[in-house]
Design a protein around this ligand. Sequence first.
Ligand code: ADP
Ligand code: MG
Length: 246
Amino acid sequence: MLELKSISYAVHEDGNELGILNNISLTIDDHKLVVFTGPNGGGKTTLAKVIMGLVKPTSGQILWNGQDITDLSITERARLGISYGFQQPPRFKGLTVRNLLTLASGDEKLSKDKCCQYLTKVGLCANDYLDREVDVSLSGGEVKRIEIASILARNSQLMIFDEPEAGIDLWSFARLTETFEQIHENGTATMIIISHQERIISLADEVIVVGDGSIRHRGAAADILPQILADTLGTCPVLTKGGAAQ
Ligand SMILES: Nc1ncnc2c1ncn2[C@@H]1O[C@H](COP(=O)(O)OP(=O)(O)O)[C@@H](O)[C@H]1O
Ligand SMILES: [Mg+2]
């Protein structure tokens, strides 16, 4: 179980304190699929990074399976079974896709078949990619999918995916959605997926709308989706003022 207790994160800009996350508390039970959604700049990525240990909260506490992990490093959290896929994944010159999957799995002798399975889950063909380097020669969508495959290979207890749909074609997106659905059905991992996609939101046990660094709404997908739509329309000046942009 993951528990966030009164998490706040503030930065200082030009002598002013800017609150990025404001007093967020939430509990996620084991094997749930939870979607964080909400407007750009709302704080979703920062919240994910706080859970992974990439950002240290200004105040508050994070508990994982009852253990206080607030002061643990990224590596220590990874050892405890938490993994995070960046919104914009880094590239690793000199490291092949096969190397990356092998490292992630922790199995030095990871078979080609296994690699192929992970890559297929994200819509890639192993034959085309295993020996490619994870460098600038890959497109953004390819790097993204390879990183997601590496998280699948890591087989963590808690997997956090930051906008997995970004830069991915429709066919691969369908494949990926199926993969999330399968993991969820297998009941082997807890997943936090940051997403704006209705298809992913509808898979969630719980949807948490993050805006202005706070939890704005939370609930079942069927209850939250209409609210998201209402909010989206409500904040669009063209639609609310009933006319074309001036
Ligand atoms: N280190 C930082 N310094 C200044 N502003 C930051 C920093 N980290 C995040 N922000 C700001 O915090 C807000 C939330 O960012 P983010 O968590 O990336 O939002 P989301 O993922 O919901 O789009 C944004 O306005 C972003 O510019
Ligand atoms: Mg983000």
